[in-house]
Design a protein around this ligand. Structure first.
Ligand code: NAD
Length: 345
């Protein structure tokens, strides 16, 4: 077992845009972990990463050989950065190889898969965390504080929009790989924001799909979706996520003022304002903070602030959003009492 002074070794599974642009670079800045290895189906990519990050040949794996990591003490944590429908398989395989796991969002494409992932990690005695970077971002943490501590009085209404324009085919538009459209990819941030600002769990959902303006592209996933989340206290969150426009807003209206981020969910360049003036925080690399937090949890055997259960909670909410939209906006009730401890304060 690694002592507290040593950096833990992380292996990235899937070397696409997020690993390349964000996680690889973040792992050169982390204090408690570093990039020790990679898992990819491409020999060329494995070699490129080996050269760029000075990785030993013994820490390069093909998807098919991931199990061999079980005998490699240099890898402590496996970070699954694959298309959504593959998360469950790779999280479970990594857990069975005895590795702690970080899973990218959304956790999986069904609640049942999430349950199996959590079970596999428990059985193997490894920690499971979500790649929820915004929980470590100072602007988003301030939104949690302003909302939950009622700095501007009780929160009344939240407006959240996380949208991005997709112009051409990719796995995010393939329902079988993505599990859904913009809701699964971006909308998860709006769901989380509503929960971490209110400090409450939603009790009901109403949702509607946006009309398809590009049906050739959006054959198996929605092009856009709008939904309302109702909380027992009467608070409401009005949310939207689309692949046919850009949007990046989190706006909260409270009894005695308002506070907002715009952009709210980006990796950097977030801007915050309240009814009393601008928010000022130093820029950080969210992914480095998130990775270091998880590595610290592993070192002290403590639970992550963004555990698998939180990922499952969010998938359960997103499934209810889809159910309501499929039923033409019918009110769908939620019973999330089991997740009461999953609200971050
Ligand atoms: P990407 O398309 O750039 O990369 C996906 C990788 O998976 C590629 O290396 C591809 O070769 C590999 N892959 C393996 N099997 C595949 C298959 N059957 N089909 C397609 N690709 C396959 O995607 P990305 O943007 O890196 O996203 C990967 C994951 O990371 C997704 O779950 C996504 O939601 C998540 N993500 C999270 C954030 C964040 O801010 N937390 C940002 C971007 C992506």
């Amino acid at each position: 077992m690694t002592n507290d002074q040593q950096k833990l070794g992380v292996a990235l599974v899937g070397l696409g845009r997020y690993s390349e642009g964000q996680l690889g670079p973040a792992l050169t800045e982390t204090q408690h972990c570093y990039l020790a290895g990679v898992v990819s189906g491409s020999e060329e990519k494995r070699r490129q990463w080996q050269a760029r990050y000075d990785l030993p040949g013994s820490n390069l794996y093909h998807y098919d050989t991931l199990e061999a990591m079980a005998g490699n003490p240099a890898i402590d944590i496996v970070y699954v950065v694959l298309p959504n429908a593959l998360h469950a398989e790779y999280v479970i395989r990594a857990a069975k190889a005895g590795k702690h796991v970080i899973c990218e969002k959304p956790m999986a494409t069904s609640v049942e898969e999430c349950r199996q992932m959590i079970h596999a990690c428990r059985e193997a005695g490894v920690l499971l965390s979500m790649g929820y970077r915004l929980h470590f971002d100072p602007f988003n943490k301030e939104m949690m504080r302003l909302g939950q501590d009622e700095i501007f009085g009780k929160v009344k209404r939240i407006v959240a929009d996380d949208s991005m324009t997709i112009e051409k085919e990719e796995w995010r538009l393939d329902g079988a790989l993505a599990g859904g459209g913009p809701l699964m990819n971006n909308g998860v941030y709006c769901v989380q924001a509503a929960l971490f600002v209110t400090g409450e769990l939603p009790v009901a959902i109403r949702a509607e799909f946006s009309p398809k303006t590009r049906p050739d592209l959006f054959r198996t996933v929605e092009e856009g979706i709008q939904w309302e989340m109702e909380f027992a206290s009467g608070k409401k969150a009005i949310c939207e996520s689309s692949y046919s426009k850009d949007g990046n807003l989190l706006r909260v209206t409270a009894e005695r003022g308002w506070f907002e981020l715009d952009p709210a969910y980006e990796y950097k360049g977030l801007k915050g304002r309240t009814s009393q003036g601008p928010m000022e925080f130093p820029a950080i690399r969210q992914q480095a903070a998130q990775l270091d937090d998880f590595a610290s949890c592993v070192k002290r055997s403590g639970a992550s602030r963004v555990p698998g259960e939180m990922g499952m909670r969010d998938v359960e909410i997103m499934m209810a959003i889809y159910e309501s939209a499929r039923k033409g906006g019918e009110r769908v009730t939620l019973h999330l009492e089991a997740y009461q401890d999953m609200i971050e304060v």
